[in-house]
Structures are given as C-alpha cells and as structure tokens.
Design a protein around this ligand. Structure first.
Ligand code: F0G
Length: 433
C-alpha cells in the first residue's frame, strides 16, 4: 500500500491518493494527514541505518530531514530538494535553566537551519511534493519564516514562489530573505488569518500549490525535528518538549512524530508536550483551558512576537490531539516575559527570535505553577534565529520596547549601547566606572 491522504476527522477518515491537490477533506472539510505503511525494519535497524548515514557524503543522507526518509511518505526521492536542513544542535543552557527554576534545560535550536527557522524541515518535503505533482508555482501566507523558507526552497527547485505577508507586521530579516531568494512578494493590508483565506482562493483559482502548514507534507518534514532530537539523546525521551504555538503546524507535527516513534518502538514512553502562546494571540490556550470543544478565534491577535501573531490557527484539531496523546499542557505568557526570557537566552550565548523565547517564559510559569518539577528533564525548541528580528532586540536593550497598543514594556536585562566621543580618557573612565 502506498502513501495516501486521510481525513483527520474521526467520523470521516476518507482516503485520497497523494496525487490529489487538496488541503482539506473534500467530503467533510477536515484536515488531511499523510498515512503510509510503517517501515518494515525493526527499531534497532532503523537506529543503526540513520546513524550510519551521518557518515555518508550523499546529499540526502546529510540532510537532517531525508536522513530519516523511512518515516517520510515518499518512495521515490528524485524530487527531494535539500539545502542541508535539519542537523540542528541540542544546546545545554544552565543559565536559562536556573532562571526558569529548573536543574537542567537544553535548547533544540532550529535557528541553525539554512534559512534560520524550523520551517526548512517542512519546506524540504513540501517542495518535493510540489515537484512530484508537477506544480510550477507555490504560494504561502506567512508571518515571515514560512515565506523565507518557501522562497529559498522554491528557488532551489526552480519553482516560482508567491509570498503573501501582513503589511508592516513581519520582521525585516524575514521579508529581506523572501525578496533576496526571488519570491514575488505581496504585502497585504490584512492579518495572517484573513490572508490565509485569500491565498486559498487564489491557489484554487490559479492552480498554485499551497505550502502553508495546512499542507500535510510540510507536517511530515517537521516530524524530523523530534526524530533528530530523540536520536541526539540516544532515544531517551525527555520529560517535556516545549514549543511555541502559532498556527499549530509544529505541534501537529510533533504529535504525529511521537505517535509514530512510539508505534515503532523507537521510544518507550511519551514526553509531554507544552505549547506556549503569546497572551494576545492565545486561542489554543483558551480552548484547552475550556477542556476542548471548538476553537474560538481571536479576531485581533496582538503580540510583538510577530511569528505567532495568529488568531485562528488552522491545525488546532491535530494540535489538540497531540496535547491529549502526550498528556500535554498549553500556557500563555505576557510580552514582558517573552522579552526577558529572550534576553536570558541571549546571555547563554545562544539567542533566538521573540516567538522562540516564549518557550522559556512558559517553562518559568509552568515551574512556578508546579506543573513542571525542577528536577525534570526539559527540552525547549527554539524555532528561529536571533537575527530574524534585530529591531526588536535593539528596542529591548534601549528600553524602547512597547506593546502593540503603545504601552511601555518594563524590561530587566537591558544592555544599552553607549554613544561616546572618540576620547580614550572618557571611555577609560566609563569602563572603570
Ligand atoms: N516560531 C516561529 C519562529 C515561527 O515562525 C512560527 C510560525 C512559530 C513559532 C509557530 O509555529 O505555526 O507551527 O505553531 N510561523 C509561521 C510563518 C506561521 O508564517 O512563518 P506554528
């Protein structure tokens, strides 16, 4: 049996060929998931195979996505596009651990990817699927990182990229990437959720392949973040994996990865997922707090962590299932908490973009609340590189960070640059003082 698309709705479960260009179930509108037969190799052989590939020079073996291809829904790799994504480090961060009240903490830093975010893991597969389908154009709406990644992979694959971003609401580092990689870029005067609806209409009308995380092949690629993380830990699951939540594609991917790894016997217990949202864009937090039901969108999502400024996350049913299957939790954090957590991650010599720092702020809250115990083994996923949003950093350290409505944000770790005359005595005095 080859890979198929299957409706995620328990009451439907309709199946479709992977060659159908659909993003929702045509019968019930549910999300789609890729289903494929599990590899026939036992867990020990898979571990050995993946380890051996690390010594190989073949491009697919060197990719931190395609190295794990037994868990990807492709049986022909002629369409695989790689920029050497994945292979991201797991960095111990004792200082950040202490700040959050933990004995130990490690960051899985997805900012080390070719375009500086975790989106590359998914895009590598998404673009491969676009090529398998014979599509010539790909499109996405994005808070910045998806567009940067799609632009790069489309360029590498010889596809035309059409990028739609909320005008004035994405960090310049990300916009710059989309332009430099040659994407046709539209700055739309609307928010992410509104533009997603627009892009879906355009994709349908113009026959363009949609590469938002509603695309189940993106999710398949993002599973490898968790696979690689567990491999790096000798297949010992941590107690917690903490990640930021925006459109919830990554949460969905992590849930699917853990389900598959447990099914194959590659892990013997489930880590708990903790998803952290920004206070002004926390519909998933509210959903889980209410104990389920349907997600109530936030009409006007607001946060300076623009990557997760999303009020109507499409992947919430899959994310909810991931939280249930892992006995997970969802937390929300304030702007000042994100900002300080980010500075603390910087002080570790690691650094990340604002949305990523929501993880550390969330851990601190969850430790305070007694949900995460100080001795537990915690891995947080830093989703994007520090240089994605330098403007935010400069404003933080100059104490000029303000909430979207203009309120000042009190920060604790500002490191303001000094403007000085070109005068050795004055400068020596300042250093001594
Ligand atoms: N962190 C960063 C740096 C992101 O760019 C995103 C999402 C998230 C976290 C949230 O991940 O959506 O899977 O829950 N960025 C998307 C984009 C929406 O368009 O780049 P999620």
């Amino acid at each position: 049996m080859a890979a198929e698309l299957v409706c995620f709705e328990p009451s439907c479960r309709a199946r479709y060929p992977v060659t159908d260009i659909i993003y929702n179930c045509p019968r019930c509108g549910g999300l789609l998931e890729v289903d494929f037969p599990p590899p026939s190799l036992p867990a020990s052989s898979l571990r050995e195979l993946w380890r051996c590939r690390r010594l190989s020079d073949a491009p697919l073996d060197r990719s931190g996505v395609w190295r794990f291809r037994e868990l990807l829904p492709f049986d022909d790799y002629s369409h695989a596009v790689t920029l050497l994504e994945g292979n991201t480090p797991l960095l111990p961060a004792p200082r950040a651990a202490r700040w959050a009240g933990l004995e130990r903490l490690a960051f899985k830093h997805q900012g080390f990817n070719p375009t500086g975010s975790f989106k590359d893991n998914g895009m590598s597969c998404g673009v491969a699927q676009a090529l398998r389908l014979g599509m010539r154009r790909v499109a996405c709406v994005s808070t910045g990182n998806t567009s940067a990644s799609m632009a790069a992979y489309a360029a590498a694959a010889g596809l035309q990229a059409l990028v739609f971003v909320p005008h004035g609401q994405i960090a310049f580092g990300k916009l710059a990437q989309a332009l430099e990689y040659g994407a046709r870029t539209f700055q739309v005067e609307a928010n992410f959720d509104q533009i997603l609806a627009l892009v879906r209409v355009l994709a349908e009308r113009l026959g363009i392949y949609l590469l938002n995380s509603i695309n189940p092949f993106r999710i398949e690629g993002q599973k490898t973040i968790v696979i690689e993380l567990l491999e790096q830990r000798g297949w010992r699951p941590p107690d917690w994996i903490v990640l930021p939540g925006g459109n919830l594609g990554n949460t969905a991917a992590f849930g699917k990865a853990l389900r598959e790894l447990a099914g194959l016997g590659l892990i013997d217990r489930m880590p708990r997922l903790a998803v952290i949202q920004a206070e002004g864009a926390a519909p998933f937090y509210e959903l889980v707090r209410r104990g389920g039901g349907r997600l109530q969108p936030v009409a006007k999502p607001e946060t300076l962590a623009t990557a997760i400024r999303i009020g109507d996350p499409v992947s919430w049913p899959k994310a909810l299932e991931a939280i249930r299957a892992t006995d997970g939790v969802v937390e929300k954090v304030a702007e000042a908490e994100i900002a300080d957590a980010k500075a603390v991650i910087g002080q570790c010599g690691i650094g990340c973009e604002p949305a990523s720092a929501a993880t550390l702020a969330g851990i601190r809250r969850l430790v305070d609340a007694g949900l995460i115990r100080p001795g537990e083994d915690v891995v947080a996923v830093l989703t994007g590189h520090l240089l994605k949003d330098p403007d935010y950093i400069y404003r933080y350290h100059c104490r000029k960070l303000a909430t979207p409505s203009g309120g000042a944000i009190e920060v604790s770790y500002a490191n303001q640059p000094l403007v000085v005359p070109c005068d050795a005595d004055r400068i020596a005095g300042l250093i001594a003082g």
